[in-house]
Design a protein around this ligand. Structure first.
Ligand SMILES: Nc1ncnc2c1ncn2[C@@H]1O[C@H](COP(=O)(O)OP(=O)(O)OP(=O)(O)O)[C@@H](O)[C@H]1O
Length: 593
C-alpha cells in the first residue's frame, strides 16, 4: 500500500513521505521503550525497593518525554505531509487530465472523478494524518517490546514471538470477513444513493406520467436491498471484529497462564511476573488498534487504486515534431471507428469525404448514424481505429493538440457554461479579446437579447453548467464563443432542443457571419441543408450513403430524396420563420438528430 501511495503521489514527493515514515517509526520504537521500562521500574517497587526504582523512573521520565515529543513531531508532519500530498495529488490529477483524450471524459467518468477528487483525496490526506501512525505503531511497538522482553525472560519473549504470526493470521481473516461485508454494504449504499438522486432528478418526468408518490419501483427495490445488506452486514461484521479482539485477549491470557506457571515453578518471582504481565498487556494495545483500522484502510486502498488507474491512463499521444496545417480543409479517408468496449459493428465504417476550405458541409443521417462521432474525431476526442482524419492536409495525429485546437471552434449540443457572468463565459473563446469584441460576438449570436432580460444584465452569473439559461440560450453563448474565437474551421451541431425562433435567427446570423470559414454542420434546419455547398448523408451502418448538393441529391432520388419527402410530408424540416412545432423524437430515418 505504501508503494502504491508513493506511486500515486509522485516521485518528487518521496522524500517528505520517507521523513514522515521515519518519524513514525522513531515514535513507535520510543513508545515500545517506555512500555519496556515499566519492567525495571515495577520490579524493585513491587519488592519494596523504592530507592532501586529511582534511576529507572528517571529513565522512564526521559523516555516518556521523548515519546511525547516524537508523537507531536510525527503528528505535525502527518498533517503537513497529508495536506501537501493532497495538493500534490490535485496537481498531478489536473496535469494528467489535461493530457487525456477528450473522449475519456464522456460517460460517468466525470462524476466518478469528482468523487475521487473530493472524498478520495480526503481519504489519502487522512491516511497520513490519522492511519499510518497506528498502523506502523501496531507493528513496530510490539516488535520492540518482544525484542526487549528477551532481556528479561526469554521464555515469555518466545511465547509472545510465537503469538505474533498467529495474531497476524487471525487479523487477516477478520479483515477479509469485514471487507466482504463492507463491500456489499458500500455497493448497496451507492446503489440506493444513485436511485435517490435519480428519483429527485427525474421528478418532472415521473410526475408527468402520474407517478406523484414515492412509488418509484427502482428506488424501493434499492432501499429494500440496502436494508437486507445492512442486516447481513451487522451479522457478519460483528464476529469479524470480535474474533480479532478475542484472539488478542486470548494471547494475553495464555501469556498470563504461562507466566503464572513459570512463577509457580520458581523460574521468576511474583514481582517480576507482574511487571512482565503489564508489558504483555501493553504489547497487545497497539495490535488491537490496528484491528480497528481495517475498513478505513480498505476504502483508502480502493481510492488509491482508482487514482492509480486514472494516473496510468495513457495520455493522448502527441507527435514528437508537430506539423502545421496547410489551409483549413477537412478530409476523412476510409475512417473506421468503434467506441472502446463496444461490441458489434463499428460506429463509422469506412467514412470518406472532404470539406474544402471556406465551404459549408451539412452532415445528415438517421439518429445513431455517427454524425456527432465524426465531428468529435475531427476534434480528436479519440483517435480513429484505421484510416485518417486530416485538417489542413495534415493527419490530426501529426498536428500538436494546441495547433489543432487553434484551428477549431466547436458548438456542440452539450454546452457547458461556467458559473460566471455571460461575458466571462464568452471570453473563454479568446481570453485576450477586448470588451468590445466580446459584446460584438454576443450581438452577432443574439446573446445581447438574453442579457437584457437577465436581472443583473451582463453581470448576472449563469449558475453551474449555465443552469440559469435555457438550452437554446446556452447554445447562443456557445455560438458567441465560437464567433469570438474566430477559428478557420467551425464544427457545429444545430441542437434540435434549441430550435426556438430566436435561436434559429441567432444560428442563421452566426452562420452568415462565419460564411468564409470551413464549416461542418450537423444540420437540423432546412435552410442550412439547402444552403450547404455539399450534403453528406450517413446511413444507419455508419457509412457515407450519398454526397452532393440538395438539388443533386434530390435528382438522384436516393436516401436523401427519401428523407426529404418524408420530412416534407411530416412537416418536420423547419422553414425559417415557420412557427410549427420542432421536430419530435428521432424516427429511424430522420435526418434530424
Ligand atoms: N461515448 C460513447 N461511448 C460508446 N458509444 C457511443 C458513445 N457516443 C456515441 N456512442 C454510440 O455511437 C453511435 C453513434 O452515435 P452518434 O452520437 O455519433 O450518432 P448521431 O448520428 O450523432 O446520433 P444523434 O443524431 O441521435 O445525435 C450510437 O450507437 C451511440 O450509441
Amino acid at each position: 500500500m505504501i508503494r502504491q501511495l508513493l506511486r500515486v503521489v509522485g516521485d518528487d514527493y518521496r522524500a517528505p513521505i520517507h521523513r514522515f515514515l521515519t518519524s513514525v517509526v522513531c515514535y513507535a520504537v520510543l513508545q515500545g521503550v517506555t512500555f519496556v521500562l515499566l519492567v525495571p521500574v515495577l520490579r524493585p517497587l513491587l519488592r519494596g525497593d523504592v530507592a532501586g526504582a529511582w534511576p529507572w523512573l528517571g529513565a522512564l521520565a526521559v523516555a516518556t518525554a521523548a515519546t511525547v515529543v516524537a508523537y507531536y513531531v510525527q503528528s505535525l508532519q502527518g498533517f503537513r505531509v497529508g495536506l501537501e500530498a493532497a495538493n500534490q495529488l490535485y496537481h498531478r490529477i489536473g496535469d494528467h487530465l489535461a493530457t487525456l483524450p477528450l473522449g475519456w471524459f464522456s460517460g460517468g467518468r466525470v462524476g466518478r472523478m469528482a468523487k475521487l477528487a473530493s472524498s478520495g483525496v480526503r481519504e489519502i490526506t487522512g491516511l497520513f494524518a490519522h492511519q499510518l501512525q497506528p498502523l506502523l505503531s501496531g507493528i513496530v511497538t510490539p516488535l520492540t517490546v518482544v525484542l526487549a522482553m528477551f532481556l528479561f525472560d526469554w521464555r515469555l519473549a518466545t511465547a509472545m514471538l510465537v503469538a505474533a504470526p498467529v495474531l497476524y493470521l487471525v487479523h487477516r481473516w477478520s479483515v477479509g470477513m469485514v471487507a466482504r461485508a463492507d463491500q456489499a454494504m458500500d455497493e448497496a449504499v451507492a446503489e440506493a444513493n444513485d436511485r435517490i438522486v435519480e428519483f429527485a432528478r427525474f421528478q418532472p418526468t415521473l410526475r408527468a406520467f402520474g407517478r406523484v408518490g414515492a412509488d418509484h419501483a427502482a428506488l424501493e427495490e434499492a432501499m429494500r436491498t440496502q436494508d437486507r445488506v445492512a442486516r447481513r452486514y451487522a451479522r457478519r461484521m460483528a464476529p469479524g471484529k470480535a474474533v480479532f479482539t478475542v484472539a488478542v485477549q486470548l494471547a494475553v491470557a495464555v501469556a498470563v497462564v504461562f507466566g503464572a506457571d513459570l512463577a509457580l515453578g520458581g523460574a521468576v518471582d511474583v514481582a517480576e511476573l507482574i511487571a512482565l504481565l503489564v508489558l504483555v498487556v501493553r504489547f497487545a494495545e497497539p495490535i488491537v488498534e490496528v484491528g480497528e483500522l481495517g475498513s478505513v484502510l480498505r476504502s483508502t486502498r480502493a481510492s488509491l487504486e482508482r487514482m492509480d488507474e486514472v494516473l496510468s491512463t495513457p495520455p493522448l499521444p502527441e507527435p514528437a515534431q508537430p506539423l502545421q496545417p496547410k489551409g483549413s480543409d477537412i478530409e476523412l479517408a476510409d475512417v473506421r471507428f468503434s467506441y472502446e468496449g463496444a461490441a458489434g459493428r463499428p460506429v463509422l465504417d469506412g467514412v470518406s469525404f472532404r470539406v474544402p476550405a471556406g465551404t459549408m458541409t451539412a452532415l445528415v443521417g438517421p439518429s445513431g448514424s455517427g454524425k456527432t462521432t465524426v465531428t468529435r474525431l475531427i476534434a480528436r476526442f479519440w483517435d480513429v481505429d484505421s484510416g485518417s482524419v486530416r485538417v489542413g492536409g495534415v493527419d490530426v495525429r501529426e498536428l500538436g493538440s494546441e495547433s489543432l485546437v487553434a484551428q477549431l471552434a466547436m458548438v456542440f449540443q452539450d454546452v457547458y457554461l461556467f458559473d460566471a457572468t455571460i461575458a466571462e463565459n464568452i471570453r473563454v473563446g479568446r481570453p485576450a479579446a477586448t470588451d468590445d469584441e466580446v459584446r460584438e460576438a454576443a450581438r452577432l449570436a443574439g446573446v445581447d437579447e438574453i442579457v437584457h432580460r437577465l436581472p443583473q444584465g451582463w453581470d448576472t452569473r449563469v449558475g453551474e453548467g449555465g443552469a440559469a439559461l435555457s438550452g437554446g440560450e446556452r447554445q447562443r453563448v456557445s455560438l458567441a464563443r465560437a464567433i469570438l474565437k474566430d477559428a478557420p474551421i467551425v464544427l457545429l451541431d444545430e441542437a434540435t432542443a434549441a430550435l426556438d425562433p430566436q435561436n434559429e435567427a441567432a444560428v442563421q446570423q452566426a452562420l452568415g457571419r462565419m460564411a468564409d470559414r470551413t464549416m461542418l454542420v450537423i444540420a437540423h434546419r432546412l435552410q442550412t441543408v439547402v444552403a450547404a455547398d455539399q450534403i453528406v448523408v450517413l446511413d444507419s451502418r455508419g457509412r457515407v450513403a450519398e454526397v452532393g448538393t440538395h438539388d443533386e441529391l434530390l435528382a438522384r432520388d436516393g436516401q436523401y430524396a427519401a428523407f426529404w419527402r418524408e420530412r416534407s410530408r411530416a412537416g418536420t424540416w423547419r422553414l425559417r420563420g415557420d412557427r410549427s412545432p420542432s421536430p419530435v423524437g428521432g424516427g429511424s430515418v430522420t435526418p434530424v438528430a
